[in-house]
Design a protein around this ligand. Structure first.
Ligand SMILES: *Cc1c(COP(=O)(O)O)cnc(C)c1O
Length: 368
């Protein structure tokens, strides 16, 4: 008897493909050592706050115990910072887990979920995992003056149906780097019916320096159907520990808690995240370094005749005017990892993280 479990996967999962990192990182690290430029995953080259590293080290001593199941201490610090109650917060093993959990808890085969054409890749996956129908709304045109390929909020509002339960927005968005302002979000929220939960993924919030864009957190009081997700993986540089959080109405948090895995955030991550929040000077250095290196890299790429999309994040989306996978392979052989965006249907573009100056210098050297 031949056995093939791929034929047994449920309908939604049959349509999905597994995440393909596209390369074997451990082997590459061995081969290139410190000369490897890892510019594919939007990690923070400055690393975490020394206080976070110290807290993580200390927490290692208690790893034989289960962590605090509710993450009370981290939640208190976050609640204080965000001006919300602790019962409005849910912690996740990365914000990816929370994005999945939202669809699992609020959508099923009877529902649709709205997101943007070039919105974050997890949105359609979360939708499929819940068995819901995804509605990918066409993005803004590539020649849009402020947000090429960005979210078309008017079209997204118009795409909402009576069976829609969730809308996923990323602000700023990955992989486009695009963003929309507070006023645009407010106008959007004003026309979303109350049975639709709007998730604003703010994974890159700490990097934002655009006037008129602060955070969706300010709207939580006014719109009880709003969810804001954040992560410690990007600006706080704790990607390897997997921690994120969301803030929402307490009733939304209560529903999510029913399905949240017990002990989903480990004790080392809880300790490191709390300490990272306390080191604002480090975060300031991260922001400043990213802003200046991002501007510098964009200038260098434009000078080489490439089109660079506006970015409010720690990466740049770059149109190379040709087949990006060929460029990726060439850079790859030289120990420079970038992320081609063919999977998003953006086959002429690559996404380049704002790595260290050494990493970026090597990129430019091999781009010639
Ligand atoms: C990186 C990223 C995340 C989350 O990452 P986690 O490590 O799971 O917290 C979420 N949304 C966007 C848009 C991202 O780019």
């Amino acid at each position: 008897m031949s056995f093939d479990a791929t034929l047994l996967a449920n309908a939604a999962v049959s349509a999905l493909r597994a995440y393909d990192p596209g390369h074997d990182l451990p082997t590459l690290r061995q081969r290139f050592g410190a000369a490897l430029s890892e510019l594919g995953s939007n990690e923070n080259p400055l690393g975490p706050s020394p206080a976070a590293i110290a807290a993580a080290r200390e927490a290692v001593g208690t790893m034989w115990r289960y962590p605090d199941p509710v993450g009370a201490s981290l939640k208190r610090v976050l609640a204080d910072r965000l001006g919300v109650e602790t019962c409005q917060l849910v912690l996740g093993n990365g914000s990816h887990e929370l994005l999945m959990l939202l669809a699992q808890c609020f959508a099923d085969a009877a529902h649709s979920v709205v997101y943007s054409q070039f919105g974050f890749a997890v949105f359609p996956i979360a939708t499929a995992a819940a068995g819901a129908q995804g509605i990918a709304v066409p993005a803004l045109p590539s020649d849009h003056p402020e947000a090429p390929f960005g979210h078309d909020l008017d079209a997204m509002a118009a795409a909402i149906r009576t069976d829609t339960r969730l809308v996923y927005l990323a602000n700023p968005n990955n992989p486009t780097g695009s963003s929309f302002g507070d006023a645009e979000l407010e106008a959007f929220m004003a026309c979303v019916p109350g049975h639709v939960i709007v998730v604003v993924d703010e994974a890159y919030h700490e990097y934002v320096d655009r006037p008129g864009l602060s955070t969706a957190m300010h709207l939580l009081d006014r719109y009880r159907n709003l969810v804001v997700t954040r992560t410690f993986s990007k600006a706080y540089a704790l990607a390897g520990l997997r921690t994120g959080y969301l803030a929402a109405d307490a009733s939304i948090a209560a529903v999510l808690e029913r399905l949240r895995e017990s002990f989903n955030v480990n004790g080392i991550a809880l300790a490191a995240a709390e300490a990272a929040l306390g080191d604002e000077a480090h975060l300031g250095r991260v922001r400043d370094t990213n802003a200046s290196d991002r501007a510098w890299l964009a200038g260098e790429l434009v000078a080489r005749g490439l089109r660079v999309f506006p970015s409010q994040t720690n990466f740049l989306l770059v149109d190379i005017g040709g087949d990006a996978s060929a460029l990726e392979a060439r850079l790859f052989a030289a120990g420079v990892i970038v992320r081609p965006m063919g999977g998003y249907g953006l086959g002429q573009t690559v996404r380049i993280s704002i790595g260290s100056r050494g990493e970026l210098d090597r990129l430019l050297e091999h781009l010639k």
